[in-house]
Design a protein around this ligand. Structure first.
Ligand SMILES: Nc1ncnc2c1ncn2[C@@H]1O[C@H](COP(=O)(O)OP(=O)(O)OP(=O)(O)O)[C@@H](O)[C@H]1O
Ligand SMILES: [Mg+2]
Length: 335
């Protein structure tokens, strides 16, 4: 089945048209700058402006009939993994509202809730079952979807970013315990996968934008230059007398300190285990020498996400591949 996945990032809006399911065939990839700098509009003016950008994207790239799939930014979502005594599906369905009230800071009448059983012990086994809760304010979904309605789009699927990202990474149960760091422009989404199962999701309100701003201030560059220097030299000590690397490092540390907290939290809950691998995703994963820096700080294997690895079709040569993880994860969902 064909579909069009759209990811509204605060830096850029990405869209990929292709077939859906486990082996995505890519038809077209698009990326346009998001001049509003916001991903979820909170007023009509921003909503209209964003709708205008999406309309132009649809026309310019010839996207027409494909059903549209969307991902909500993790910043407006509450994603929790809870552990509770074993319940049947029916028991869980009636208990879930109460569970959500305990764990999701949104009043029940405003809450749109989805849940999924991650693990259920057998009837005679000890242990708790684990359930993923995803809560969003109904109003936020309405605002988000209304942007698309303005350009005549009625999305067929709306999920949350981390779920799209994780699907794009195609974890299997014998993968090493992995920290996923999806670093966009204004947010960093973090998750830990252990034995193929999501442990938790955390969001930090900083990303690549912080690095660019830091360069502007410390090296005295304008925005466009700073963006260019960041992408060209990054954390490479050998370039530009190491000045760019030195200026960027403290800002990168801000992000990595948050990431380490996520690891510590996991280890505090699983003292027998360690995080053995870090996967970098999002546009900022391409920062030169970030892989080396993360490997040094975490003492683990570090990989850059390759969301097109099992796809066929046309991938533009210049595209920042890890920044496309959300769209590819949306397409990877079976119709
Ligand atoms: N080669 C590169 N090296 C370093 N940073 C890069 C590179 N390419 C892109 N970036 C940075 O990646 C960020 C954009 O990534 P991405 O497209 O994932 O963000 P976004 O989805 O628009 O933002 P968000 O999800 O935070 O709202 C920008 O901050 C940009 O400067
Ligand atoms: Mg993003």
């Amino acid at each position: 089945m064909p579909a069009l996945a759209i990811d509204i990032g605060t830096y850029s809006i990405k869209a990929i048209a292709g077939s859906t399911g486990s082996a995505v065939h890519i038809k077209r990839v698009a990326e346009v700058f998001n001049s509003t700098g916001i991903s979820v509009p909170t007023d009509d003016a921003a909503s209209t402006k964003l709708a205008g950008i999406i309309q132009a994207l649809m026309t310019d790239y010839g996207f027409v009939n494909e059903p549209v799939r969307l991902s909500l930014p993790e910043t407006v979502v509450s994603t929790k993994v809870i552990a509770i005594p074993r319940l049947s599906d029916a028991e869980l369905a009636s208990a879930i509202g109460w569970q959500a009230e305990q764990h999701i800071p949104i009043p029940p009448e405003e809450l749109s809730l989805e849940y999924q059983v991650l693990y259920r012990p057998g009837k005679k086994e000890d242990g708790l079952m684990r359930v993923l809760l995803v809560g969003v304010r109904k109003k936020v979904i309405e605002q988000y979807v209304s942007v698309f309605n303005q350009v005549g789009i009625e999305p067929e699927l709306v999920e949350t970013q981390m779920l799209s990202i994780l699907r794009s990474l195609r974890f299997v149960s014998n993968d090493p315990t992995t920290l996923i760091l999806h670093i966009g422009a204004s947010t960093m989404n973090m998750a830990i996968m252990h034995q193929g199962e999501l442990q938790f999701v955390l969001t930090h309100l900083n990303g690549g934008q912080l690095l660019t701003k830091t360069l502007e201030q410390k090296v005295g560059l304008d925005g466009a230059q700073a963006e260019q220097y960041k992408r060209t030299y990054g954390l490479d000590q050998r370039q530009f007398e190491g000045k760019v690397a030195a200026a960027l490092l403290p800002a990168v540390q801000v992000l990595l300190t948050e990431a380490k907290k996520a690891v510590q939290f996991f280890v505090s809950q699983h003292p027998q285990n360690s995080v053995d691998r870090v996967v970098l995703s999002g546009g900022s994963a391409m920062l030169p020498e970030l892989v080396g820096q993360v490997a040094t700080e975490f003492g683990s294997e570090v990989l850059i996400a390759a969301p097109f690895a099992s796809a066929s079709g046309d991938v533009p040569e210049k595209i920042n591949q890890p920044s496309m993880a959300v769209c590819m994860g949306l397409l990877a969902q079976e119709s």
